[in-house]
Every structure is written in C-alpha cells, then in structure tokens.
Design a protein. Sequence first.
Length: 414
Amino acid sequence: MILTEAMDVPSSGAGGASREADHHAAARLDRVVVTSCELFSRASPRVSLLQCQWGMKGSRLVRLGLLTLPMLLLAVASPLAGRPDIEAGRLGAKLPRAPWRDGAFHNLDPAFHRASNWTRLRFYLLGLTTIASSTHKFVPLPTAVPDVEALRKNHHAPTVTWVGHSTLLVQLDGVNLLTDPAWSERLGPLSGTVGVHRFTPPGIAFEDLPPIDVVLISHDHYDHLDEPTVRRLAGTFNPLFLVPLGIKAWLEARGISNVVELDWSDSVKVRGLEIVCAPAQHGSGRSLTDGGRRLWASWAVIGSKRFYFAGDTGYASHFEMIGHVLGPFDLAALPIGSYTPRIIARPVHMSPEEALQASRDLRASAFIGIHWGTFKLAREPYDEPPRRIAAEVERLQLDPRSVWLPKPGETLDW
Ligand code: ZN
Ligand code: ZN
C-alpha cells in the first residue's frame, strides 16, 4: 500500500519483543550471561546465536551448551513452539520459503525492484494533491444489511461477507475467520491519528460479528494491520492470529499473545482446517526504517472447500505455483484497487485485469474482488476497478456468475 508507507512513523514493536526474548533466554541459561543474542529476532527461524558473551568457565559451559542449545534451537525453529494445542500441517511443503538477505525479506523474483525512492516520493506528493482535490470524488458504496443472526447460527455452510477493503468474514466448516481486519475510521500511525480516511462504512458493525476463531494477517501495512481493530478483536474474542514472520513480536508488544507466525510453505491445522502461509509479491514496513523486516504473505484455507486470500500483491508467477500446489480453489479473494500510478504500483499491486488472470492461474472457480471502495488511498477513481472488471469479464467471455463484487455487508455462499 503505497500512500501510507511514506507517512509512517517508527514502531517500537520488534525491538521490545527481542529484549523480552533475550531476558527469557538468559533466564533459561541460568548463570550464562547473554547479551544481544536476539534469540527471537524479527525473523525467528533465521535466528542467529552470534555475538553472545558467556560469563562461565569453559568445560561447564560446553556441557551446558551441548545440552541446552539443541533444545533451544529446536524450540526457536518451530513456529509452534509453546503451542501444543496446534498441529503443524504439510500441504504447503512444496512452496518456497521466503528469501531473506541483508536483514530483510525479499520477493521470489530476483529481478524484482520497486521504483526509486525519489519517484515514489514525487508520486506520493502528487497523489496527495490528487486525492485532496475537489475533482477526485469518493462516494460511499451502497451497503447491504447483513443477516447477523444467520451468520451467528451458521455452523456448516461456507459463506463470505465483504466488510470492506481487504476485510472478509469467511465461514468454513463451522470456523469463523477474518482477513486483514480493519474497522477504523482512519488508518495510519498513532492508531490512525494521521492517515487515510474511510469513505464506506464497514459492512458489518464490529459488535454484530459472530465469534471470531481465526484472524489472518497478510502484512504489516496500515490498511492490513490496523492496531485498534486487532486490539479490540483480541479483547473481545481472543482469536488465533496467524501472521507472517516478524508480526508476532509486533502483536506481542501490544499484549496480543494468541499468535502463530509462519514462513511461506508453513501450515497449521486449526479446528479441522489446514491453513497455509503462501508467497505474495509485495513489501512491508510501517516506518521509514523497518522496510522488509516483517514478511508479507497470502493464505490458503483448506477444509471441505478451498479458499485463497491474496493479501496485497503484484501479478507474478506465485499464483500459478500456488494453484498447482494447493488448488483448485473454490473461491479466491484478490485485490483489484490501488493500482495507479502503474510505474510505482505495478510490482506490488495488480490491475483488475491482472487480478482476473491471477484467479485463473490459481484455478479458482469463483473470484471476489477486494482492496477497493473503502479508504481514500488510491489515485484511480474509486469506482474504476469494478468497471474494468466488468469490461474484462465481457472481453474474455468469462462466466459473470463466478466473478463477485458484492456490496459491503452482503453474504454469499460458495
Ligand atoms: Zn493494501
Ligand atoms: Zn501493502
């Protein structure tokens, strides 16, 4: 998400959690003095035990080290360490893990590069003036009245309800999931004090939600990881947060502890569903200094049916790969907004036409368009994505019954 990236302020999340982890590690190693170990670093499985200083004599230290380090490494390497209630899955094993080098995560495509900082700043400033101008209109989308009682009582039928932007309520096999939940009026630093404004209200009022079991987070940009919303969800439902590497520490620094973080290709079994963390082509960062430190991902939810959530992503070969390994999908939720200006957006955001192609690459039998019509953050006209989707459906002679652009609050069976 381009606009908020340039507005971000430093976050204290990862550093605080690392210090806490250091403290726990020091306690476990008894009299061994550990400094700067970063045992649970921003990318915990890629942990480094370098730079430790030991305050104990040789032989005893070696014995203690031989006994404890393998256990410690095992615990650190497993995304389910300390979670005996959750089982690891295997469905994503053929997917690649996320590339990590020079202190940051990277995309799969070695040729991937974003526009220069100067280009991005120039278009960001231009974008602000465009969005602020009186000719750039945002009109709230018409919303549907959700059948809250039906959603609460439903323990069987697969449904999907668009709340707005990338937030979906997905029901599958009796499990209620939310994707990238954002109920705030404003998104941005300081809990939205600065940031982009919502112009379409949430399709379901927060207080009308059925009990939420699982929350899927795709990445840490402000429009996908909304701090007031995740705090409220944790306080109300204590759901399991499934997040890409690095976001667990951020959540834990805010008192949210029911979190499992995964690398691409990892998966967990939750209440009869297997949920797979899968690649996306994007980036991350909530400030000018933490770019790429936390991973971005898409998610596949596999039960009696198969659901795919793309997060934010450019169009790339990962869709075909995921479709091959985990498809065919019964429903794919793909972003169709924030694709302009193309010089900046193309590597990290799809056009509506690319989103439809991605759906076909995924072998998805139904498509739902998200990431549009909700927040004032795109430079294209707010109602352009659905018009382009309609034109592309006609051009490609696709079955219009399989391409969904529901109203916020509207529930569809899938
Ligand atoms: Zn976004
Ligand atoms: Zn983003």
